[in-house]
Design a protein around this ligand. Sequence first.
Ligand code: WTA
Length: 661
Amino acid sequence: MTEDNVELEARLQEQEEFEPPESFVEQANVSDPEIYDEFDENWPECWEGAADLLEWYESYDQVLDDSDEPFYKWFTDGKLNASYNCVDRHIDEGRGDETAIEWVGEPTDEDNRTYTYAELQKEVNEFAAALRAQGVGEDDVVTIYMPMIPESPIAMLACARIGAPHSVVFAGFSADALATRMNAADSEYLVTCDGYYRRGDPLDHLDKANQGLSGVDHDTTTVVVERLRDGDGFDHDLDDDQHSYADLVSDHEGEEVEPVQRDAEDMLFLMYTSGTTGQPKGVKHTTGGYLAWAAWTSQAVLDIKPEDTYFCSADIGWITGHSYIVYGPLTLGTTSLMYEGTPDYPDRDRLWEIVEEYECDQLYTAPTAIRAFMKWGSQYPEKHDLSSLRLLGTVGEPINPRAWKWYYKHIGGEECPVVDTWWQTETGGMMVTTLPGVKKMKPGSAGPALPGVDVRIVDAEGEEVDAGNAGYLTVQKPWPGMLRTLYNNDDRFISEYWQAYSDPDSDNWVYFPEDGAKIDEDGYITVLGRVDDVINVSGHRLGTMEIESAIVGVEGVAEAAVVGGSHDVKGEAVYAYVITEDGYEENDELRSRIVEGVEDAIGPIARPEQVVFTPELPKTRSGKIMRRLLENIANGDELGDTSTLRNPEIVGDIEAKVSDD
Ligand code: WTA
């Protein structure tokens, strides 16, 4: 490192606040600081502006209907179609030849695929016609189990076109996870693919999908997209109820399907996410409020303009991919870039190569990726011209100031604002982040709540905490992008999100996302992490209960407790403490069966970092496992008070085992 560089690094490390670059502010979609006051004064009508970003068949009567709290309704009686908004409207506006999706496959010797809005329209129509011909009707849930290939957004938009809600299951999830979600949603249709590429090798995805289907308790119809190139395919015969995507689409060549007029409150999609219990929660999002939220935040925070090439490196199987690869960017008529592979294949500069080649304007990624980039070193981005970038974003977990500054300097060249966006599957889109054309940035803090979003940090009694103190993050007013309920489970919707801080007697409804946070004197919020039994591994939400039940299902395991321990790249990693059954040895063979058990039940993302055998788990006198202690052990932290334990002597033994491994 040169002396200049050393000085620069030192200055950066000390700097706690960054003003948005002037060149950015001058062209920003939102740059008027008055927006915060205006939205407060004009709430909830302030959200008309978000609805105005959409094309409606019929305008709505009321912005917010709060007559049945917390079952809020937004833009009531408005009629629209999400597929029309993401595709056709741009053609009607004369932009049919502009690129909608730029797709980069993992193999470097494969041509990319470009879909103009007109081409996307053709493909979405044909597949919508095919789905209909297979019997998919309005409100039938279609499960999509696919990786980062263009047919994923095409299938989502085809569903939206015919009013069939989709439920996308992350391709990295296991067969069991697919079956659980299809059963929970009573979904009779599956769209999947033959395989995809990982680190250069073809991967057999259909085999996993078929295993999943064997666990589905009702009849199903499957469509199989041919992703793998000739010669890379696996040997599978399709059953009678399984159809080739290519065949179906060619059967419906050139067909047009009139977009179904959906009510604003009709379901657009379901997305399953982990919670405190073993059963994943089916988060229900609607057509009007969700789409308005995805579009408005894409415009105000990601600063997306139609002429941009925007790159979000999330997977479509997560909410970030839904809102910020598909629905938000396409509603705004921009070019959304999708990349199939991993950032380090064939080399650690793959993303930078893509950014350079496609002259990307924005990059939206996760702190776990940024920490990996930082570890690999700045020589990789330095090989490429990244000057097309105008804005950087992060999402999914807290970002530490060091990683933030590395991103700001080495990727953004100190010329791009960084938006650290806090939100969740349930919120539909961003909630807490700086507006990049308005607010200064503070590394490590996501920023203030967005205009019109009422976030308060409270203590256990629900009283707002003073600046500097930690508390619980709450949202005290509804917003259009919010989940409407948990699928088929209104009671759990209330108990999970509203019970903790609401006072129904005085009509005071408070949403609790189960995150801890603190706030500073400028109203900037630092999110500290989950306060429920959910761990955040590389930005992926995993329920400890789900992992524990997978482990207990392994032969030879009597009991298990799973906690998150900090990890320098993944943010958190899975630590499993396991008691063996009598007669089973604590050995590597059992350890690998446990790891396999978790991979089979959930997927490789949930793979335990460490499996620690112990004769007992630390328990309170009432028999509750003291997870806090297990977390402290995983992190090598001070243990604190162990006097309430029934078996305090076990703690030292477990600690010794973790540090040995
Ligand atoms: C965490 C992903 C800190 C948080 C969009 C939240 C964050 C959970 C941030 C939701 C952030 C997300 N800073 N923590 N910028 N963004 N989180 O549903 O704990 O997969 O509750 O949605 O991720 O994860 P989900």
